[in-house]
Design a protein around this ligand. Sequence first.
Ligand SMILES: [Zn+2]
Length: 306
Amino acid sequence: MATLSFSGFCRLALLLAAATLVITPAMARHHHHRSHKSHLPPAGQSAAPAPETPAAAPIPEPRPAEEPDRESELEPQTPVVAPTPPEKPAEVAPEPPATAPTPPEKPAQVNLPPDPRSAELPADKMPQEEVACRDRLKALGVEFEEHKAEHDAAIGCSIPYPIILKTLGKSIGIGSGAELNCRMAEAAARFAADVIQPAAKAEFGADLKSITQASAFVCRPRHGGEKLSEHAFGNALDIASFTLADGKKIEIGPVPPEKDAEFLNTVRKAACGPFKTVLGPGSDPDHALHFHFDLEPRRHGGTFCQ
Ligand SMILES: [Zn+2]
């Protein structure tokens, strides 16, 4: 190792002294800056050997340059984190499609006849379909009168535009108090003219004179109580018997006379289609003494006939 000569030592001492003179004001400025920039390197570096400080001065410049780089590296990473939020919206997006499948079912129902049931309150002006229905009833020779709206919010019974039948056709009577929605009344009138009357003529050689109804609009839950009866919407008609022009009465029951049974079977079979629900003797004890016809819409326009 080289030994330091006296002259060399003196030069070094001078250099150190000169360096100290130069650096002191620089350090003072540094401290001044530090008071404003709290994020600068800790003050402990000022205790480092003086000659190194000039070298340390340029270093702070690359550091700020590195820091932005690190930030810029972090920034691209945040976008990487950002894609996850887009994924959440993507998860939300599938949910609206979940509601979309329901519209496809509606188009299928569009092909079906409109639901005669309605829980709505009557409007100031009668809807066109109700007016048109009444025109068709008149054309069938049906006499009827308007009745005030039925609306029981507690039970759910409702007929916005009920009618009470006076007759079921030009020469077909019906028991009093037959309150129905218009479409059910129309279905019953057409069925009486197109099916019951011809069946009576064919089986007994006599015209149909009248129909005895057991119930039409009734605001009560269905037996069993799981849902409202179609009667609660004026959408069902119960028939207890048929009376012919010659006075013969055909009653619906478990064991009718043979000829009556043929007539009743013909009527009952033919009812499945024009009416969406057909029940009677054999269906259940509640229907042992009457036919139940209604227009409850069923899936795919199907029927329920027992
Ligand atoms: Zn019924």
